[in-house]
Design a protein around this ligand. Structure first.
Ligand code: FAD
Length: 830
């Protein structure tokens, strides 16, 4: 083991300064050096591996709910194998790993995971209970109903990994300075320019905050909020009791019992996720206050809190009741409010973060280092890392109380099955529409997104629905017949939807038109009043954002994007503005306006009773916007649709929001108006084929692959970001395409990520799916190899281990008659 000591002199300048010498910082530095970066400096306030890394249990499990993270963890294993074979091994033991199902629901989850693991060649297999017991002979199989085995899982010595990465980085020129505390981060004109330390100052272009649980504190030095909470996490190490074995025991997880195990020499490591977790130092009013000398230290063991885990462990491994405990480790670790990492460039240009690893940082470190290094060097990550992007966190996460409540809840639910539609409860309600009380009074069931309470459906509509179309299995769990009723009323009369949570961004200034035309693939600097559906692309031609742009004045544009995407899309636009040196103001105006969508065949007549404006097709065309007075409310109306029915989104100053909703509702009485929720919108958009960013379209997919080529204006003056990549892609020809699939059995409803096979060979993975109430069919979308993309191609989809048949169909699955106008050629996926 090589201990890296502090050289005397800090350099005056470096290109990149990495703060933190845990597995995160050393892996980022290792991969930066691999990419050829030579001016990299790593600083740690104490020794390497003196944060969370040294007290880690070291399990490396690759399978996660998120496909990108699973791919990153698979890369980690590849790297750990490579390091193990080198001069400075990481202590890697490729023991294999077992996941037990101690409930039928868990077995369903395992089958689902086994099926989607196929889509990236992860060798995960379902095994019998007997085989699980054979591989891990210490278990009592009572209550175990199934298991899965992943032969390439394993464990390592976290400190050895850290030293191996540091050695690799140093061999490629990275300089590492321990006992060097960063005390300040210089930010000039929104860009990082240097760091101050207790041993001097370093000018630099890029700072990477790999501070683990200290990352929030480091973020504050640059005025950046990183919402993570240090949580205490415990495991124990038993006395030696195992007979000598040739092969190591596999790692073992029993999530229903909240426990994990691995072999440690001749004993076991056993830990878990308590239902009663304990934050370390954070409170509802103070985010964190980790002592300045907290390095190489542990917390006091907390037996009462560990009791549930200890009791459960004895149920699964009875010898745990007999065997002595050598020590119990209680160490703090950075958890985030949604159990996903915080990666990427922050709102300060050049200031990156890679922290908040939620007790899977050892498994993730290899992949994290690779993704971050690519992100820093190329300006963009090579994977779709939206779920881990620091820019998924909006302003609500500045609240320590909200962050703490959600983080505690995430820790409690760490091992729970993430059923679709299952709601988070902590910290609610936070952000509400002006019509919120109306929704509550009318039986709304709310779903939460980005702190907003959004109507999923009104249970009061369920009586008008059809219970007989409840889907099988998980898709039927958090389901209501109300959705079908709301869907059908919108298709046949009119539906009113509260979309106030949409993120609204105003871009203004002398360069606004030029910037947006550069950042978007479509032509958006059209006439005042025009609305354009567009994507913003990265340099690889991948879709970084997907929104509508309305020109409201010569130098003012209103962007409307998804509820969860505001911070992300603003950050992307800011980045483009910096690159272009554009004189623009980019403002989040989400809270200034309520937004209600009125769609359906009766929408025009209904709205006509509330306004003197001419709503005829000639006077108010599709994809245009006008200012109207609706009843007593000043409104900006956008004629757009996300459901395939004619209608408007009505944006009103928030103070009018409650009144506008009431007036629309009252006027709707004579038109069969139904108030609907997001589930009905989702069902209608699936029928119509509108894409959703983050699932159907991502930074890894191009508009051509996604069937959005109609937005791409290659002939635009001055070009646009991503154009060259698209031209090259066009020349190469499409290799895959997003296809609509209809399943034979309408009760089999997919949830996303399932493999799709053609002729028994996996051709793609489901991006999204659901039930279309007008067509009465189960619909799925998937990128399929181009040879398999023709309508009529028979497919099978692996749903919980059962291959269910269906076929590729021509899009859209459903078209409204004249009402949908030209909507087949536009969207507004939000
Ligand atoms: C009890 C426990 C068990 C775990 N078990 C597992 C497991 O089995 N598998 C798994 O994958 N993960 C596990 N983890 C999680 C894993 O250990 C962490 O995710 C990982 O080690 C975090 O690494 P890091 O580099 O982000 O942070 P750290 O290791 O905490 O490194 C951060 C570094 O930043 C330095 N620093 C802070 N502030 C400054 C400053 N101002 N200037 C300079 N330097 C600074 C600190 O000194 C520290 O060395 C476990 C964690 C705990 C607590």
């Amino acid at each position: 083991m090589s201990v890296v000591t502090a050289p005397r002199e800090l350099p005056e300048a470096a290109r990149i300064v990495v703060i933190g010498g845990g597995v995160g910082g050393t892996s980022v530095a290792y991969h930066l050096a691999e990419l050829g970066e030579r001016e990299v400096v790593v600083l740690d306030r104490a020794e390497l591996t003196s944060g969370s890394t040294f007290h880690s249990a070291g399990l490396v499990g690759q399978l996660r709910a998120d496909p990108t993270l699973t791919r990153m963890n698979m890369y980690s294993v590849e790297l750990y194998r490579r390091l193990q074979a080198g001069d400075q091994p990481a202590g890697w033991t490729e023991s294999g790993g077992i996941k037990l199902a101690s409930s039928p629901e868990r077995l369903a989850e395992i089958r689902r995971q086994v099926s989607w693991a196929r889509t990236y060649d992860l060798p995960l297999h379902e095994i019998s209970v007997a085989e699980a017991a054979e591989r891990f002979p210490l278990i009592d199989t009572e209550g175990v109903v199934g298991a899965a085995y992943l032969e390439s899982d394993g464990y390592l010595d976290p400190s050895q990994l850290c030293y191996a990465l540091a050695a690799g980085a140093r061999a490629n020129g990275v300089r590492i300075f321990t006992h060097t505390r960063v005390t300040g981060i210089d930010v000039t004109a929104g860009r990082v320019t240097g760091v101050s330390t207790d041993r001097g100052h370093i000018d630099c272009e890029v700072v990477v905050n790999c501070g683990g649980m200290f990352a929030a504190e480091i973020g504050r030095l640059a005025g950046v909020r990183i919402p993570l909470v240090p949580m205490s996490h415990q495991y124990l190490v038993t006395e030696a009791f195992l007979p000598r074995r040739d092969d190591p025991l596999p790692t073992l997880r029993d999530p229903d019992l909240l426990v994990y195990f691995r072999q440690e020499v001749d004993g076991l490591v056993m830990g878990g996720y308590e239902r009663d977790p304990a934050p370390y130092t954070a409170t509802a009013t103070t985010v964190d206050a980790i002592p300045a000398d907290f390095n190489g230290q542990l917390l006091k063991e907390d037996w009462p809190r560990f009791e549930e885990i200890a009791t459960n462990s004895q149920r699964r491994v009875p010898e745990m009741a007999e065997i002595g405990v050598r020590r119990i480790i209680n160490g703090p670790e950075a958890f985030t409010p949604d159990n996903e990492f915080c990666l990427g460039e922050t709102s300060v240009a050049g200031f990156f973060v890679a922290a908040g690893f939620c007790a899977h940082g050892i498994a993730g470190a290899g992949g994290i280092g690779k993704v971050m290094a690519e992100w820093i060097v190329a300006g963009e990550p090579s994977f779709d890392v939206w779920h881990m992007d620091i820019n998924r966190f909006g302003r609500q996460w500045r609240s320590p109380g909200f962050t703490l409540a959600r983080t505690i809840e995430s820790y409690q639910r760490y091992y729970d099955i993430p059923y679709p539609g299952l709601q988070r409860l902590a910290g609610r309600p936070l952000r509400t529409s002006p019509a919120y009380e109306w929704h509550r009074a009318h039986g709304a069931e709310f779903g939460e997104k980005s702190g907003w309470e959004r109507v999923d459906y009104y249970e009061t509509n369920a009586a008008a629905g059809d219970e007989s179309v409840r889907p099988d299995s998980w898709a039927g769990l958090y389901w209501s017949a109300a959705t079908g009723a709301e869907h059908r009323a919108t298709r046949t009369a009119a539906g009113l939807f509260d979309e106030t949570s949409f993120s609204k961004i105003e871009v203004s200034g002398p360069d606004a038109a030029g910037l947006l035309d550069w950042a978007c693939d479509n032509r958006v600097a059209r006439e005042v009043g025009d609305v354009t559906y567009t994507q913003a692309l990265n340099r690889r031609g991948g879709i970084e954002a997907d929104f509508t742009v309305t020109r409201t004045a010569a130098d003012v544009f209103l962007i409307v994007t998804g509820t969860a995407y505001g911070t992300h899309d603003m950050a992307w636009l800011h980045k483009q503005a910096r690159r272009r040196g554009a004189q623009v103001r980019i403002a989040d105006v989400t809270g200034l306006y309520s937004c209600y969508a009125l769609w359906g065949p009766s929408a025009r007549d209904l709205l006509g009773t509330l306004t003197s404006a001419d709503l005829s097709k000639d006077a108010f065309g599709f994809m245009t916007s006008r200012e109207l007075t609706v009843a007593d409310t000043p409104v900006r109306a956008l004629q757009v649709t996300f459901v395939g029915e004619h209608g408007w989104e009505l944006y009103a100053p928030s103070e009018y929001g409650a009144r506008l909703w009431a007036d629309l509702w009252a006027a709707g009485k004579d038109f069969g108006l139904v108030a609907g929720g997001y589930r009905a919108i989702e069902s209608m958009r699936l029928e119509k084929g509108y894409r959703v960013w983050g699932t159907d379209i991502t930074p890894e997919t191009t508009p051509y692959e996604a069937g959005l080529g109609f937005c791409v204006k290659l002939d635009k003056d001055g070009g646009f970001e991503g154009r060259e990549a698209l031209v090259a892609a066009k020349e190469r020809g499409l290799e895959r395409k997003l296809c609509a699939i209809v399943l034979d059995d309408p009760a089999k409803v997919v949830l996303g990520s399932e493999p799709v096979a053609v002729d028994g060979r996996v051709s793609g993975r489901v991006t999204s799916g659901g039930y279309g109430y007008t067509v009465g069919r189960s619909i799925a979308y998937a990128y399929l190899a181009i040879a398999d993309a023709a309508p009529g191609t028979p497919v099978t989809i692996d749903l919980f281990g059962e291959w269910v048949p269906g076929a590729v169909v021509k899009e859209p699955v459903f078209t409204a008659t004249a009402a949908a106008d030209a909507s087949a050629t536009t969207a507004g996926a939000r």
